[in-house]
Write a protein that binds this ligand. Structure first.
Ligand code: NAD
Length: 338
């Protein structure tokens, strides 16, 4: 591909997240175009295709194989991720796969093994908090050393409501993986142990998913993490990440929003959902990924990070079942990911 050419991106799954990525690339990312889209929802895919001037592929594997497609973005449901990512690797095409990389560590390990066999990093995982200005400010503060030795990560992740078909496994492998990745990334430590407890706020509500889980992690370097993931708090969507250190602490600030004063109350708006809260991060992630396709380095999550987040999530599910802390044994990091 010539450096001056537009990178031709194919997007698989153009629902909430994939639709946002498509519009972000089409409207805001220089150097890339949405060249093709694929989705089982024909009305939705035609709509995005006409907005972006993209070709529609009925079969996502044909999109991956198409000679005119340089790179692929996967935003279809979680159970499709590993197989589609493996297909991209078999075509030696760069792929940004939405989180989670797979639905289990065993599946994610197949992606890592395939990438190792190629000997090239082609897979990126959509842990977009790594591009969020507030998260990056916390990371910079820790890195500066002025706060002393970090020893505790505290994560809060709240959704207004849970989908009726959600399961507890999805709360852990789909939602909590974000917070697990934040803990590893901001603390620069690996997880050694996990203990998870959960509650269903109202047992009379339909669906089996727990509404709130708390994950306690033991980290290398004598560090700890405590993650709250609440999926039906009703009031909106919130994420915060705090690192507590020996001489201070750093916590993500609220993104720019007006402080409102009304009816004797001073208040700060809460985002409705992740598409509002993390728009800046999604854009920065896409820009960084597109730049990496023409040679720049990429600071986002790798297949290895995607795999480890699922190894930890799987141990978390085991802890929920056993009612006990469960060990997490992190394999040695392959040289490709150092
Ligand atoms: N990084 C983030 O902040 C973030 C936020 C939301 C969702 N996600 C991830 O993005 C993915 C999609 O989530 P969403 O909220 O957009 O869901 P969604 O249901 O809104 O969209 C999924 C789309 O995939 C399509 N689809 C289903 N099966 C398909 C298949 N086999 N091939 C092609 N398309 C298929 C659906 O028709 C739908 O349009 C999930 O894996 C989710 O974890 C990430």
């Amino acid at each position: 591909m010539a450096i001056s050419a537009q990178v031709a991106i194919g997007i698989i799954g153009v629902g909430g997240m994939g639709g946002r990525h498509a519009r972000n690339i089409h409207r805001h990312v220089v150097g890339a175009e949405v060249a093709a889209v694929s989705d089982v929802d024909l009305e939705r895919v035609e709509q995005i295709a006409s907005e972006c001037g993209a070709q529609v592929f009925a079969d996502p594997f044909e999109l991956i194989d198409a000679a005119e497609i340089d790179a692929v973005l996967i935003a279809s449901p979680d159970p499709t991720h590993a197989e589609l990512t493996l297909a991209c690797l078999s075509q030696k095409k760069p792929v940004l796969c939405e989180k989670p990389l797979a639905v289990s560590a065993v599946e994610a390990a197949r992606v890592v093994d395939s990438e190792l066999a190629l000997g090239r990093k082609l897979v990126s995982v959509g842990f977009m908090r790594r591009f969020d200005p507030q998260h990056l400010a916390v990371r910079r503060a820790i890195g500066s050393g002025q706060l002393g030795r970090p020893f505790l990560f505290k994560g809060v992740h709240r959704n207004a409501e849970v989908a009726p078909n959600a399961t507890t496994e999805m709360v852990v492998t789909n939602s909590a993986v974000h917070d697990i990745d934040s803990a590893r990334w901001l603390m620069s430590q690996e997880v050694e142990e996990i203990f998870v407890k959960g509650v269903k706020i109202d047992p009379a509500t339909p669906g089996e998913a727990l509404d709130g889980v708390v994950l306690h992690l033991g980290l290398t370097g004598d560090c700890l993490a405590s993650l709250e993931v609440s999926v039906s708090v009703g009031y909106g969507y919130e994420v915060s990440a705090e690192v507590v250190s020996s001489r201070g602490a750093a916590v993500t600030a609220q993104p720019a929003a007006a402080v409102l004063r009304s009816r004797a109350v001073r208040s700060l708006e809460v985002a409705e959902d992740w598409l509002v809260r993390f728009q800046e991060a999604y854009l920065a992630e896409l820009n960084a990924w597109v730049s990496s396709l023409t040679g720049a380095s990429f600071d986002g999550a790798s297949a290895w990070d995607g795999y480890l987040s699922l190894l930890i999530a799987d141990a978390g599910m085991a802890s929920l079942a056993s009612g006990q802390p469960e060990p997490v044994v992190t394999p040695p990091r392959p040289e490709l990911y150092t």
